[in-house]
Design a protein around this ligand. Structure first.
Ligand code: HEM
Ligand code: HEM
Length: 185
């Protein structure tokens, strides 16, 4: 299969993509659950899962990026309109940027609390050598929350794009990310 006719991402890219999608949605739901917790301690306990998944998401995004640039990506379908091509590129690029930057921002914010991050209770990620400054940490987490909100908007655009292609254009776009089904090149 030549680059020009390839219509599917590699198996590894598919696995990484769906793990990332599940992790991002889980992290959002965990945050929502923590907000509804009865006590601050309960909220903290719930959020440790968000921290662990958040750190994992960084590694998954790096892995997908490597797979992307080493032949795991299918070129965008040739029948896409120019605006669709640009929108897809912009949304995918912003996804990668947010997935790479958000965990680091959160790590530096935790460091400004002087607190380590526990990765599923197995590994303790130490704080960065930064001055302890809870006000700055709070501000950084507020920005992290805003970035999270923006990420959710991007997901809506991304999913609506897939739906438009599946339902209106009927080009099998979703099957580019799935091991079965046919997608138009
Ligand atoms: C929820 C978080 C999600 C994130 C962060 C995400 C991220 C991404 C990224 C970064 C790519 C480009 C991959 C690359 O170029 O290597 C991509 C492609 C794709 N995603 Fe998602 N995705 C998410 C959810 C979904 C969902 C729920 C669907 C299905 C409804 C979906 C369907 C697709 C499809 C079909 C492509 C291939 C697009 C194309 O090349 O035409 N994604 N996604
Ligand atoms: C790519 C990885 C991550 C994603 C996608 C993500 C996503 C989100 C989302 C969607 C929110 C909720 C925003 C809202 O309610 O408006 C949030 C909040 C939060 N996240 Fe993450 N997160 C990630 C990594 C992390 C990490 C690694 C940590 C800590 C080490 C962390 C700590 C927090 C905290 C403390 C909040 C609450 C912020 C606030 O005060 O609003 N997150 N995150």
């Amino acid at each position: 299969m030549t680059e020009g006719t390839r219509t599917k991402y590699s198996g590894l890219a598919m696995v990484l993509h769906w793990l990332i999608a599940a992790g991002v949605i889980a992290n959002w739901l965990i945050r929502e659950t923590a907000e509804g917790a009865e006590t601050e301690e309960a909220a903290q306990a719930i959020m440790t899962n968000h921290f662990s998944i958040g750190v994992t998401l960084w590694f998954l995004a790096v892995a997908l990026l490597i797979v992307h640039f080493t032949g795991g990506k299918a070129p965008l379908a040739s029948h896409l309109a120019t605006w669709e091509r640009w929108l897809a590129r912009i949304v995918h690029t912003l996804f990668f940027i947010l997935l790479l930057v958000m965990p680091f921002g959160a790590w530096s914010a935790m460091s400004q609390y002087g607190a380590p991050i526990s990765w599923f209770g197995l590994i303790s990620i130490p704080p960065l050598p930064m001055e302890v400054n809870p006000d700055a940490a709070n501000a950084a987490f507020e920005q992290h929350g805003q970035a999270g909100g923006f990420l959710l908007i991007l997901i809506v655009v991304h999913v609506l794009g897939t739906l438009k292609h599946m339902v209106i254009d009927k080009d099998g776009n979703l099957f580019r990310m799935l091991p079965f089904g046919d997608a138009k090149g």
